[in-house]
Ligand binder design. Structure first.
Ligand code: PEP
Length: 251
């Protein structure tokens, strides 16, 4: 399986800067063993798409979606609208949305189903808070979040989703999770996926996210059951992100 690296710009880069980022990144030498995607703000999807050229690298991702096809949902964006720009992935349930916008497990589950129906791969973000880890509840919390998020998903078709384990305390803090702790969590996540989807559950990429940078990316990617990484802050500079991709897969 190719390793998957998804950049998450969060609320950075409108259309002008997004186009410039993509053009700069396309000049980077990239390892062939990697699948690379970049999650851009909705308003920047058209510019990002236009700057991709024919090569289609990186793939496009969105950072959120609504679950209905169309209707009276002011301010929202449907999976079909994302599809018009050739969006391949869409983050759902990022902890920043759960914390600042009240996104619930139920909403995450509905978004994941709607994306899957449209042929966009949901990237289901799950992770415990620092308090939950200190209390020893992290495995229970993450298993419950994942089980709720995948409740409506079907296991047919080709690896229809991605899971991103992102401990909340590691996001944007510089406090990355140890590879031992990440390994333990990824094993627990894999077990939930296999229980639900059978053999297909073994093929669903499970990413790690939380303060990934050029110093730790290779360690994560060489850890069992870590199939890729979700990168926030360290993806904002296209050259640094190119370096991170090369560091991830040294050859
Ligand atoms: C993220 O936004 O999903 C993330 C992991 O951020 P950072 O890499 O900055 O911790």
């Amino acid at each position: 399986m190719h390793k998957l690296i998804i950049a998450n710009w969060k609320m950075h880069y409108g259309p002008v800067k997004a186009g410039a980022w993509i053009r700069a990144f396309r000049r980077e030498r990239l390892p062939k063993e990697l699948e690379i995607a970049v999650a851009v703000p909705h308003v920047s999807l058209p510019a990002a798409r236009a700057s991709l050229g024919r090569a289609g690298v990186p793939l496009l991702a969105a950072q959120d979606v609504f679950w209905a096809d169309e209707g009276a949902f002011t301010g929202e964006v449907s999976p079909a609208m994302l599809k018009e720009f050739g969006t391949s992935f869409c983050l759902v349930g990022h902890s920043e949305r759960r914390a600042h916008l009240g996104e619930t497990d139920e909403m995450v589950a509905k978004k994941a189903v709607a994306l899957q129906k449209t042929g966009i791969r949901p990237v289901i973000c799950i992770g415990e808070t620092e308090a939950q880890r200190k209390k020893g509840e992290h495995l229970k919390v993450v298993r419950a979040e994942l089980t709720a998020a995948i409740a409506g998903l079907k296991g047919d078709g080709q690896a229809p989703m991605v899971v991103a384990y992102e401990p909340v305390w590691a996001i944007g803090t510089g406090k990355s999770c140890s590879t031992e702790d990440a390994k333990q969590m990824h094993e627990a996540i894999r077990a939930v996926l296999v229980k639900k989807f059978g053999k297909l559950g073994e093929e669903i990429p499970v990413l790690y996210g939380g303060s990934v940078d050029t110093r730790n990316v290779a360690d994560y990617l060489s850890t069992t059951n870590i199939d890729g990484v979700l990168v926030g802050g360290a993806s904002l500079d296209p050259r640094q992100f190119g370096l991170l991709c090369r560091t991830a897969m040294p050859n």
